[in-house]
Design a protein around this ligand. Structure first.
Ligand SMILES: Cc1ncc(COP(=O)(O)O)c(C=O)c1O
Length: 464
């Protein structure tokens, strides 16, 4: 007998699924028992056939029942020893609470993407193709530097879109920026001990170097990028920069400064780590070519990611090593395996080879440009002249400097949180953990137009 509670917040199909599953696990419904037909069960419980079908489909998908054509659904034989005794059995170690990440009505996190932007249909198609095509590939390790097709597709894309000049042999597929920096820090540690980073800047790069015992020198960022006079006095022989869209301030390093930075790297054995993390998302003006493209033979390590345009959950990124480091790289990482799933890499190379990557970029760029513009409008309307916008025209966030902040950043964040707003602390990007001015990093990627308008209006009430 099944008891369904119409007043419960658990959907009826889920209640039914759970109760049938419970009976299967307890052995109450032994293997090969035929379940009532969808129609009979629906009549018996006075619920819709869809509800019963939903429960059966879930049991089918999880392998508790099987279907025989024209006959119905039957209970699968279960390994009773391995099966949990009951749904109510408490796990030995408590798992994370189901709502460990608070949900916000307005989440301004700067690294959130539009949830509808992932090309699920095409991804599924190419993933299935990869599974069907060459099952023997799944029984072996992939190329340690990353799948050859993906590196080839990337090389050609980077040359076309960013002017990066390299050979696919120089490309290494990695599982995110931290993984790339880990490799770089290992490669350079014999000859180098100090790394200059932008202040404010993306802290994870410096943190990885710090974990490899490098000294970190924070160099101020001006409206034309990292202060080159400041860099010169740090004694660093490595610099990590985001020249095409400084994180977090959004500045673009002009060509004259790029040339000067290249000159710096050419004096002695110095390396530039160029993080071009969101180069695809430029909404105004012409894209400035990469530093790497200005000196393909220089000591520049070009870093890129699929996290900003495709998905941060995939964990696929890449770096272009200079020729001068290739031999050391191969020697040092001999016997290491590529950390990125071969299946996802092959799916991505198919996606690119069929021309979907550039189409996808055009589509998401247009989506984010509209959200970017909506945020500009909302800020102008609700903050007026009481705040200054910076870093517009690219990426997934804007900077807002409050002229007369009424409280500290911590108080602001907590007030916002109590109103259902998630704000990302700007001071996270400052190595000192402090900032002389109050700035808000306002991500728009994961918000709808309506949420942008409502969220900014509510935020203005809290901040002003
Ligand atoms: C400057 C910068 N570089 C790289 C990344 C992320 O790269 P990945 O997801 O590939 O680790 C981010 C993410 O926010 C970023 O802000």
């Amino acid at each position: 007998m099944y008891f369904l509670d119409n007043d419960s917040t658990t959907p009826l199909f889920k209640q039914l699924y759970k109760q049938i599953r419970e009976r299967i696990l307890l052995g109450d419904l032994p293997a090969d028992t035929k379940l009532s037909s969808v129609r009979d069960m629906a009549i018996h419980l006075s619920i819709s056939r869809n509800t019963v079908d939903g429960a059966y489909q879930e049991l089918l998908a999880e392998g508790y029942i099987y279907s025989k054509s024209r006959s119905g659904y039957y209970v699968c034989p279960l390994d009773q020893e391995a099966a949990p005794k009951s749904l109510d059995t408490k796990p030995r170690a408590p798992g994370p609470p189901s709502e460990s990440v608070p949900r916000y009505r307005y989440d301004f996190h700067p690294a959130r993407l539009d949830p509808a932007s992932f090309p699920i249909r095409l991804w599924r198609k190419f993933l299935l193709e990869c599974l069907r095509e060459a099952p023997q590939k799944l029984s072996q390790y992939s190329d340690p530097q990353g799948e050859a097709e993906l590196r080839l597709a990337l090389q050609s894309y980077l040359e076309r879109s960013r002017g990066v000049i390299c050979d696919p042999q120089q490309l290494v597929i990695t599982a995110g920026l931290q993984n790339s920096i880990d490799i770089i820090a290992t490669l350079l540690k014999e000859q180098h001990s100090t790394v200059a980073v932008e202040e404010p800047g993306y802290p994870l790069a410096g943190n990885v170097f710090r974990n490899h015992n490098y000294r970190i020198a924070a160099v101020k960022v001006r409206s034309d990028g990292i202060a080159l006079d400041g860099l010169a006095v740090t004694g660093s022989s490595i610099v990590y920069v985001t020249p095409s869209h400084q994180l977090p301030l959004g500045y673009v390093m002009p060509v004259a400064n790029r040339l000067e930075l290249l000159e710096w790297s050419e004096t002695g054995e110095r390396f530039i780590l160029e993080d071009d993390y969101d180069s695809e998302l430029r909404y105004t003006g012409k894209p400035i070519p990469s530093l790497q493209g200005l000196r393909p033979d220089g000591n520049i390590i070009y870093l890129g990611t699929f996290s900003k345009v495709l998905s941060p959950a995939l964990r696929i990124s890449y770096m272009v090593l200079p020729q001068s480091l290739l031999a050391t790289y191969r020697r040092t990482f001999q016997g290491y395996f590529c950390p990125v799933s071969q299946l996802e890499q092959r799916t991505l190379s198919k996606f690119m080879a069929h021309g979907h990557w550039e189409r996808h970029i055009r589509r998401v760029r247009s989506t984010y440009k509209k959200k970017h513009d909506a945020m500009l409008t909302a800020i102008h309307e609700h903050f007026g002249s009481l705040a200054q916008i910076d870093g517009q025209g690219a990426g997934l966030h804007l900077m807002l400097k409050l002229h007369n902040p009424i409280c500290s950043e911590a108080e602001l964040l907590s007030k916002a949180q109590s109103k259902g707003i998630n704000l990302f602390p700007f001071t996270w990007t400052c190595r000192s953990g402090k900032s002389a001015t109050t700035k808000l990093m306002l991500g728009f990627g994961g918000l709808t137009h309506q949420e942008i308008e409502e969220g900014v209006a509510l935020l203005a009430k809290i901040c002003l």
